[in-house]
Every structure is written in structure tokens, then in C-alpha cells.
Design a binder for this molecule. Structure first.
Ligand code: PMP
Length: 304
């Protein structure tokens, strides 16, 4: 299936979207990105893009942090993305990748006096982690503090930290690595936020523990409260608490809601994840546009 990109203010075949070897962002990681999902609903023959506006709001904030001015408003970016997805015409789960980058063909480490540009493309992409129960390790790589690289922005250069973590985990036979904050609290997975369940309440690390403020994290907190009557507490989590939790799960646009069965070869709770399972089920209905109560989070791609 041919794919397209929106590149230099035009829709072009993906293969034609090319950048120069001198591009600043390629050398110094001076870019911010997003990961957005288009979820295919077979019954409705429709694709729903989940929380599109929130993703672009986060991209806009990250761009500002790197001193880049977006060439479009958030609303325009949403329209461009729907148009892109429509042109791609996929009838399966899709991953949408926008990027705002220092496009200047210039050398020298800095943020100032560099042109920037925006691009977005889409590819078919299904499952990211084992959805039943993944096996995690504790990463030896720590998440940086706000005064090193702010983790609440999806800065491309920062993701080498995540890449170290993911590859270390896979090398050791785990599915995913859990990183700690600079002061040793639980932070997040290489591409997911983390929750534990203890005594009927959900606990997740606060923004101050070097996390990306995930859109799935927010979605799960809302669904847990509204649909299951379970409150989420945002507070620092000691690593030992992972081993005594009743349940643990990861959340992210790519990973959805993924129960954690084991951490460092220790079974978490019963290893099953009843609440995580219920949240996963609720979440899938919502992102596929099958729950009218939350349909305002879903942008349909195809005209009916
Ligand atoms: N943490 C990190 C480091 C991530 O890369 C992601 C994926 N964007 C998440 C958490 C989850 O964020 P979201 O739910 O917004 O996809």
C-alpha cells in the first residue's frame, strides 16, 4: 500500500520526502515528535484518530521549548493529519508520526538562529508489546532530570536514553525496561507510563519524577475513575513497591494498556492483572470509537 507524507507544505509519496545530510536535527537531535494512533474499526469501516488535538498541543509546547515556531496552528495540523490519513487509505491500525525539526543545513550546537520545518507521515503499525503480560527489567539507565533534558517534551535527542533502556532490556531477555528518576524513584518505561494497583487504588509517578505526561496515562486515569470508580494517586513510587504491588501495567499510544506480569523475574501480584485487563478492554472500545460517551476523543478519517 503506498504511503504519503506531508513534507515542505505538500502531500508527497513517502519515498519522495527526503532531507539533506546537513540537516541540523540529524546531527544534534534538535527536533520534537509525536506518536499518534489511527485505530481501525472493521465493523464501522472507519478509522478513528485518538486524541489528535492533545497530541498536537504537546507537540506545540515541545516546539516552543526548542525555540521552534510551528508553521501551522494546532487546528490546521489536525486537518492536515486527517487529510494525510485519508490519502494513505489504510484499513488497519495506523501509527502517525509528526516531527518539528531544525531543518537548517547548518553546523554548530545551538537552538537559536536555525530554520525549522514540520512533517508528518503515517504507516500501518499493529501491536507494540505483548498485550497479555509483559516482562520488564529495571533499567540501569536513569531518566534525566528537568535540568538535563526535560523529559516532558518528546525531544528526539532525549530518546537515546530510551533506546539504551529498550535495548538493554531486550538483550537481557525482557520486553521492556523501567527507568528510575535521578533520585531513584520509579519513572517510566522506554515508551510508556507506569501504574501500580495497591489496596484498590491506582498509583502513578508524578510529573516531577521525570516522566512524559502521557495522553494514555490521562485517558486511563479518567476511565478508571468514571467507569470503575478507582481513583489514581500521583506520588513518587519506591522501586520496592513494584514487587509488592497487586498489579502493574504500562500505558502508551503504541503500547495501549499492557499488564506487567513479571519484573526482574518476580511475579507481580497473581501475574494476571484483573483491573489492568478491565481497563484494557474499556480503552480498546474507546479508541476504536465504540463508546459514544468518549467519541469526542475520536476523529473519524473517512467520509461516510
Ligand atoms: N513515556 C515515554 C517516554 C513515551 O515515549 C511515551 C509514548 N509517547 C509515553 C510515556 C506514553 O505517552 P502517550 O500515552 O502520550 O503516548
Amino acid at each position: 500500500m503506498p504511503s504519503f507524507a506531508y513534507f515542505k507544505k505538500k502531500f508527497v509519496p513517502l519515498a519522495e520526502a527526503r532531507i539533506s545530510v546537513m540537516t541540523h536535527a540529524l546531527h544534534y537531535g534538535t527536533a520534537v515528535f509525536e506518536g499518534i494512533r489511527g485505530n481501525w474499526n472493521e465493523q464501522q469501516q472507519q478509522m478513528f484518530i485518538f486524541r489528535l488535538k492533545e497530541h498536537y498541543q504537546r507537540l506545540e509546547e515541545g516546539s516552543r521549548l526548542l525555540r521552534m515556531e510551528l508553521p501551522h496552528s494546532v487546528d490546521e495540523l489536525c486537518s492536515i493529519t486527517v487529510e494525510l490519513a485519508r490519502r494513505c487509505g489504510f484499513k488497519e491500525d495506523t501509527y502517525i508520526r509528526p516531527l518539528v525539526y531544525k531543518s537548517a543545513e547548518a553546523m554548530g550546537v545551538r537552538l537559536h538562529n536555525l530554520d525549522c520545518d514540520f512533517l508528518v507521515f503515517a504507516i500501518p503499525w499493529g501491536r507494540y508489546l505483548d498485550m497479555d503480560a509483559c516482562h520488564c527489567g529495571i533499567s540501569s539507565w536513569r531518566r534525566p532530570g528537568d535540568n538535563v533534558i526535560p523529559p516532558r517534551a518528546k525531544i528526539t535527542g532525549l530518546y537515546i536514553n530510551n533506546a539504551f533502556t529498550k535495548t538493554e532490556a531486550v538483550d537481557k531477555g525482557f520486553d521492556e525496561g523501567i527507568m528510575l528518576s535521578p533520585d531513584g524513584y520509579v519513572s517510566e518505561g522506554s515508551g510508556e507510563n507506569l501504574f501500580i494497583l495497591k489496596d484498590g487504588r491506582l498509583i502513578t509517578p508524578p510529573v516531577s519524577n521525570s516522566i512524559l505526561v502521557g495522553i494514555t496515562r490521562n485517558t486511563v486515569m479518567i476511565l478508571a475513575k468514571n467507569e470503575l470508580g478507582i481513583e489514581t494517586i500521583e506520588r513518587p513510587i519506591d522501586p520496592e513497591e513494584l514487587y509488592t504491588a497487586d498489579e502493574c501495567f504500562l500505558t502508551g499510544t503504541a503500547a495501549h494498556v499492557t499488564p506487567v506480569g513479571e519484573i526482574e523475574n518476580r511475579k507481580i501480584g497473581s501475574g494476571g492483572g484483573e483491573v489492568a485487563g478491565r481497563l484494557q478492554e474499556l480503552y480498546f472500545k474507546v479508541i476504536k470509537g465504540d463508546n459514544p460517551k468518549y467519541i469526542y476523543w475520536c476523529t473519524p478519517v473517512y467520509e461516510k
